[in-house]
Design a protein around this ligand. Sequence first.
Ligand SMILES: Cc1cc2nc3c(=O)[nH]c(=O)nc-3n(C[C@H](O)[C@H](O)[C@H](O)COP(=O)(O)O)c2cc1C
Length: 184
Amino acid sequence: MTTSEDILGRIWQSLHEATTQGTGFTLSFLGTIGLEGQPRMRAVILRQFHQAQQQLCFATNIHSAKIPEIRRHPQVALTSYDAGSSIQLRMEGHADIVKDRVCRQRAWRSLAAHSQELYASTNIPGTPLQDDDAGRNSDLASSFARFAWVSVKLEWLDWLDLSDNQRWQFKRRGDQWHGGDVVP
Ligand SMILES: Cc1cc2nc3c(=O)[nH]c(=O)nc-3n(C[C@H](O)[C@H](O)[C@H](O)COP(=O)(O)O)c2cc1C
């Protein structure tokens, strides 16, 4: 018989693999509350998982719209789907924009060169592209200043396994997760 501990173990293992080797769960969809109260979703790559702290981390541009949204409403949601195993993992938690420079530098160094290059543009994401922007306004040296490292402390989990139509939900209280199987 499958137990809550079995499923929680599978969740931690899945998040570990998603952030170390690339799996279906690596690409997640982040939900925030927009500045006008509207729901907002976008894809993000899950970069690190710290099981002891129950934290997931992703990278983003400090000037992107999600940053002020997270500052105003730190409660966020993430959903990943692994088509190979037919499992959807939904997560909710409290997001923090990491301020600690050493921690940011460590995360920055863990990015591949082509990922760091995404931060070279001094243009503000989501603003109208100017005719003369292409190939200009690029400054690799100051890229780190535009790099934001966001951690999400997990608080709620929903594991839906479509291969055997099982669904489990968990809520964290302190260091303990509580929950069990629910009607799918
Ligand atoms: C496959 C894929 C991976 C992406 N990964 C990230 C990511 O890790 N971080 C990020 O900020 N945006 C990522 N994006 C872009 C976002 O989905 C989004 O377009 C961008 O961050 C702007 O969102 P915002 O205006 O809501 O801040 C990714 C997009 C795709 C299609």
